[in-house]
Design a protein around this ligand. Sequence first.
Ligand SMILES: *Cc1c(COP(=O)(O)O)cnc(C)c1O
Length: 334
Amino acid sequence: MSVIDLRSDTVTQPTPGMLEAMLGAELGDDVYGEDPTVNRLEQYLADELGFAAGLFVPTGTMSNLLGLMAHCARGDEYIVGQQAHTYKYEGGGAAVLGSIQPQPLEMQADGSLDLDRVEAAIKQDDFHFARTRLLALENTMQGKVLPLSYLAAARALTDKRGLALHLDGARLYNAAVKLGVEAAEITRHFDSVSVCLSKGLGAPVGSVLCGGHELIGKARRLRKMVGGGMRQAGVLAAAGLYALEHQVARLADDHANAARLAAGLGELGYAVEPVQTNMVYVEFGERAEALKGFCAERGIKLSAASRLRMVTHLDVSAEDVARVLEAFSAFRRI
Ligand SMILES: *Cc1c(COP(=O)(O)O)cnc(C)c1O
């Protein structure tokens, strides 16, 4: 029995074509700037997303950290959502390592931050206050796509108030595929963007931070400082390049599978939230732990949470979705 892992889109195995690309990658020492495959990946994403430069890093957490630290100095502040990855799920790195104060705000149901509340949170130039420098958004946010008109409004506000605008685009390409636009239509509103190669795109490791020359120059120095300068990293960058060249359009399959899963669960009477991309959220309450065990016996891996998140990806097929629905149906009857 094959295992179906719905915990995250980080669990994918490299595809045969990806492994072949990794084996054939031309390598050099990237700390010297001499890995041709890393250089190609950085330039590919910078060009595609409309930035001057890119920087390959091991994780999205590091990519966001370097972005925040490149924008903000000690005693500066960034405005961010309460549930945003950069605030809630990165060990407090911006505060710990960058001495950057977060100003978290409640998020709206659609994954955005109310821009009036953002504006109200920007601090006056007064020595009592941290200096507000940056607004950080996330797209997709828990599977939700921020509308392009919202991004334009956020850009207009940050321009008006002299803030920089950073995007945690861990799942940028899910948003672009869902909207049916080039990724640059999203990223053109931002000063910097972090993209994960190791989520739905299916690479084993890696993220890329994109921005202007000066910002990426600062981030390169900071990457070395936090221990993220890798040597023959082209073996990993090759996987990322392969993912960008071959595994973007197929994200639509993940979205279709998530929609299928949500529709099936709805028919079974489960309380499913509306689905936009590759994440399905279901309210389980106290039965979550029992469900996790029940599914584990049937080769289905779930996270245990009362608001259960299920994520579709490269290694989840339409047949797998049918098997998951059978298990949920059986669980309903016990
Ligand atoms: C996964 C993720 C990251 C980065 O995570 P790493 O595990 O450090 O690569 C950043 N932001 C969001 C929204 C994510 O989902």
